[in-house]
Design a protein around this ligand. Structure first.
Ligand SMILES: NC(=O)c1ccc[n+]([C@@H]2O[C@H](COP(=O)([O-])OP(=O)(O)OC[C@H]3O[C@@H](n4cnc5c(N)ncnc54)[C@H](OP(=O)(O)O)[C@@H]3O)[C@@H](O)[C@H]2O)c1
Length: 316
């Protein structure tokens, strides 16, 4: 059982971090500790050391990192590498030094080989090259996964728990079409097209790639599960998915229906698609007793409702 010395949720304003705060707040596991980037830059080694020395959290959920869609990944690969590696080095070192009992870390399905068999089991990590459009991000996340396994191996513990959620969505997602992921960008673009009564919308790529979308509340629920249950086999990370994937075309049509956009969806096939398919094999975490509970249609409706009331351009 988790004691009440504090759970530090790093990145608590973000998509996953805010869901973790919502889930853990009502769970009675003890006080939550948070700090936004202005008061604690996790890329600053000394600041991270000072924060851990002052707060001494028992548990850490590391949901801070640099995240973005294809455009952002291609424009700023060095920033993805630098930021993620620095945050991981600093937070892992401090968590180890100050005796954190469990640290949850999020890798990404981008880490899997581009040509991986589907659904992707954790054993297929490092079996081939990742999709080139997000290679820098993927390698920075692979480093974090390996760091978890390395700390566990070297210090004979299971304190560092590496997780691989598939494409996450929900409240507090980034809805900017230039920097956000496909699902949130589609919500924004199709809402905008509806408001402006545009006859058609030109979407990126062929629409054929298939993706698995997991609601941030499901990821947060998996975090609660892993903080309160011990997992026997941590030689590998744990995939977190819902077990179903959809083509981007199917996703766009579903969002158009929810948003109420009746125009045409057109596809700019000159733009890169990214990996053809990314469906996780999540049978290991299911086998431990955790299962997801938010189906895509319900999650999309709730996310659009949140967008309408919270994103300034939608509210206006
Ligand atoms: N979104 C996905 O589909 C997905 C899937 C798998 C894994 N992940 C991983 O899960 C983690 C969280 O992702 P997310 O989608 O929730 O990201 P997000 O919404 O962009 O949130 C990231 C959070 O990290 C904070 N942050 C970034 N750099 C920081 C720094 N140097 N110091 C302090 N705080 C910093 C951000 O603070 P500001 O708000 O101040 O910028 C933000 O609150 C990331 O490691 C990501 O790689 C995400």
């Amino acid at each position: 059982m988790v004691a009440s010395c504090g759970i530090y949720v790093a990145g608590h304003n973000g998509l996953i971090g805010s869901a973790v705060v919502r889930r853990l707040s009502g769970a009675g596991l003890g006080p939550l500790v948070t700090a936004d980037r202005r008061s604690l830059d996790l890329a600053d080694h000394l600041a991270v050391q000072a924060f851990f020395a002052a707060n001494r959290p028992d548990y850490v959920v590391l949901a801070a990192g640099k995240v973005g869609g294809i455009v952002e990944n291609q424009a700023h690969p060095a920033d993805f590498m630098n930021q993620n590696l620095a945050i991981q080095l600093n937070v892992f070192a401090a968590a180890h030094q100050y005796g954190v009992k469990k640290l949850l870390f999020f890798g990404s399905s981008c880490m899997y080989p581009r040509e991986c068999s589907q659904p992707m089991p954790e054993t297929h990590l490092l079996a081939g090259k990742p999709e080139p459009t997000s290679a820098a991000y993927a390698v920075s996340k692979l480093a974090g996964i390996q760091m978890c396994l390395a700390y566990n191996q070297q210090y004979g513990s299971k304190r560092f728990i590496p997780l691989i959620p598939n494409s996450v969505y929900g409240p507090n997602d980034n809805f900017d079409p230039k920097t956000g992921h496909v699902l949130s960008a589609l919500i924004h673009r199709l809402h905008e097209a509806k408001m402006q009564k545009t006859a058609s919308v030109l979407l990126w790529g062929t629409g054929l790639p298939r993706r698995e979308f997991v609601h941030a509340d499901d990821v947060a629920d998996a975090c609660l599960f892993l903080l309160t249950h011990d997992v026997a086999d941590l030689e590998l990370p744990l995939n977190i998915g819902i077990g179903v994937d959809y083509s981007i075309r199917e996703l766009a049509e579903a969002i158009a229906g929810i948003v109420g956009y009746r125009g045409r969806l057109e596809w700019d096939t000159s733009k890169p698609d990214g990996a053809p398919r990314k469906l996780l094999d999540s049978s290991r975490i299911y086998g431990y007793g955790w299962t997801p509970s938010v189906p895509l249609d319900k999650g999309l409706k709730e996310t659009y409702a949140w967008y309408l009331t919270h994103v300034p351009s939608a509210v206006a």
